[in-house]
Design a binder for this molecule. Sequence first.
Ligand code: ADP
Ligand code: MG
Length: 715
Amino acid sequence: MTGEITFRELDGIDVGRLKGVGERKRSALSSFGIESVLDLVTTYPRRWVDRTSEARIADLEIDRDALVLVTVRSVQKRTTRNRRTMVTAQVGDGSGRMEVVFFNQPWREKQLRQGLQVALYGKASAYRGGLQMANPVVDLIGDRTGRIVPIYPQSEKVQLATWELAAFVEEALRRCAERGIADPVPVAVLRRLGLVERAAALRSIHLPETMHDKESARRRLAFDELLRVQLLLVLRKRVLERDARGVSHVLDGEFVRRFHESLSFPLTGAQRRAVAEIEADLAAPHPMHRLLQGDVGSGKTVVAVSTLLVAVQGGHQGALMAPTEVLAEQHATGVRQLLDGLMVPDPDNLFGDRPLRVELLTNRVSGADRRDVLAGMADGTVDIVIGTHALIQEGVAFRSLGAVVVDEQHRFGVEQRAALRDKSSGAVPDLLVMTATPIPRTAAMTVYGDLDVSVLDELPPGRTPIVTRAAVGVAGEAEVWDDVRAEVADGRQAYVVCPLIDESEKLEVASAEETFTRLAEGELAGLRLGLLHGRLGPAEKQLTMDLFRAGGLDVLVATTVIEVGVDVPNATIMVILDADRFGIAQLHQLRGRVGRGAHASRCWLVTRPQSEVLEVDSSGQNPRVAALVASTDGFELAEVDLDLRGEGTLMSSSQKGRSDLKLASLRRDRELVKLARDAAFEIVDADPELSDHPTLRDELDLLFTDRDESFLTKS
Ligand code: ADP
Ligand code: MG
C-alpha cells in the first residue's frame, strides 16, 4: 500500500505486530477492547499531567483529592494487629516527601519497586507530622521523560500499566509516521475552524509537548467524532427529503398575517423566529420535519396555529394531534378562541371568503357529529382538525392534508410518518413536533437526529415568575400548609403532587389516597379537597378536573397525571411531596401547572430531612431541588440536568461501541457539536453521496454498525 495510511488500514493491523506486544500483552489489550492499531491509537489518555507545574507534593492540600507524580523510595509490608496487610511506601518528588499506605493490597509490595515513577491520586492527610495518602489510585508511568505525562485507563487485573500503553501507542505512531496518516476532513473545513491535522492531533493527544497542544489535539479529534455522527444523520435526513414528495406551500397570502394581527399581543422575538424557520421549510418542496421546543407558557400554540394556517391558506388542511383526549379538547377550545372570526379566502364564495372551520375529533365525538366531521375532512370543508392519534387511523381521510402538528410527543416514529403519507394522496404533509421538555440545543441536534430544531427561548412579557422554595421535614411542611391555607383564603387554588412511586401504580395510588386522607383530616381540614390519580375512570377524572377548573375545589391532590397540559389559571400554588424523587425535567413540568394566570404563583418542593436521604450536595440540599429553586428557565435547567447526569455521551451503555464519543462530550463540547453539524451539511450538500470524500465515507462504514445507525435515527 502506498499513500497516507487510513483508519481502515490501521484497523486491519493487529496490535500483536507491534514491537513489545507479545501474546500475554496482546490478550491484555484485547480484554480492553484493543485489537487493532486503530483501537490502540484511539484509546486516549484519561488525563495529562504537566510535571513542571502541577502534581507536586509541596502543593498538596489536606483532605483534598489531588494527583502527584512521585518516585518510589522504599516499600515495606507488614500485618496489622487485626490481621490486615499493610503496605507502606515512602515516595518523593523534587518538592517534598510523603508516605503512602495500602490496606489489604499485599501485591502492592511487588508492584511498587524502588525507583519507579508513579502517579498517585487520592486525599492527603496529616500524619505524624508528615503527609500520608491512604489507598490512592496508582498509575505506573514508567521512566517517561516528557514534560507532560499521559495517563491511560489501565487495569490491574490484566497487568497492563499506563506506561506500557503509552509505549505501544508511541511505537504505533512512530510506525505510522513513515507513510503519514490520512486526513479525511476537507482542508477548507479544517482551516476555517482552526483545526490541526489528524496526524498531528493523534501525536499530540498521546505525546503532547504542551498542554495547549493537547487541547488543540483534543478539539480536533472530538470534532471528528461529532462530525461522523452528524454526517450520518445529515446523509439520512437528505435521503428522506429526496425520496419524499412534500407540499410546497405558498407563503404570499394575507391570511397568516391577518391571524397575527388579530392577536391581542405581538409575537415574541422567539415566536417570530420559529415562525420564519417553519415557513421556510413549508415553502420548500420536501416535507418539513421539525421539532419545536419551548418551555411551558412560551407560546407554542400560536406557532402551531400559524403553521396550520399556512396550509389552509394554500387550500390544504391542517391537523393538530394531542397525546390525550383531554388535551385535544383543551387545544380545540384554545385554538377556536384564537381563530374566532377569522375568514378563509374562498374564490367559490360570493363574498370571496368564508368562516374558517375548526373541528374536534376524539373517540368521544360520536354519532352524527362524528360522521359530519369525517365527511368535512374528506371533502375539504374542515380546515383544521384537532384530535388524538385517532386522526391518523385507518378509515380517516383528508381531502388534502398539508401540515400536521404533534404536541408532546418526542419521537414521532417512522410508522406514524408513513401513516401520514397515506392520508394525503402521495405528498407527505409537513410535520411539526412540539415539546415542552427542553433539551439543550446541541443535545437535541444529536438526539433528535434528522429533525431540525426551533426553540422558543423567551417567555411572553408580563409573566410573574414562579417563586420556588424548598421545605424540609415536618417543620418545613407546617409552613407549606399554612401557605396553602392563606392562598385558599385569598380565593386561589392549590395542587398537591403526591410522591412518585416508580415500581407500581398501585402503590402510587395508595399513597395518593393516604395523602388525601391525611390532609383532609389534618393540615387542610375544612378546605374542599379533590383526588386525581391514574386508576380513576375517565369520567370520574373529567368530573374532578371540571370541578377544580370551575372553582368547586380548593385543593387538588394528585399523582403526576397532572403533569401535562392541565391549565387552571386560578391555581397559584403547588406543593410537590418527596420532591427529591423526581427528575429535574419532571419537576419543571409539574411546576409549569401554576403561574398560568395574572396572580403571583409559588411552588413548594418538600423533601424529607437530610438524615433520611442520601443524595445531597455540599450545601446539604438535593441538587435537583436546589436547581429548581435557583432557576425557572427550562433550558438552563436542562443544561444543569445534563451536567448532573454526568458525561454527555450519545448511546446508552449497552449501546456503547466504536462509534460512541470518546473525547467529545455533548455536555462540554456544545459549540463543537454545532460546528460539526454545520460542516456535515456543507459537505453533504456539496457531495450528497460523499463520492468526492471516499475516505470519509469509508470511515463511516467502518465505525458505525447498522445498530448504531438505527439507534441514532430512530426518531
Ligand atoms: P405553551 O403551549 O408553549 O405552554 P401556550 O401556547 O399555551 O404556551 O401559551 C401560553 C399563554 O401565553 C397563552 O395564554 C397565550 O395566549 C399567551 N401568549 C402566547 N404568545 C404570547 C405573546 N407573544 N405575548 C403574550 N402572550 C402570549
Ligand atoms: Mg401547549
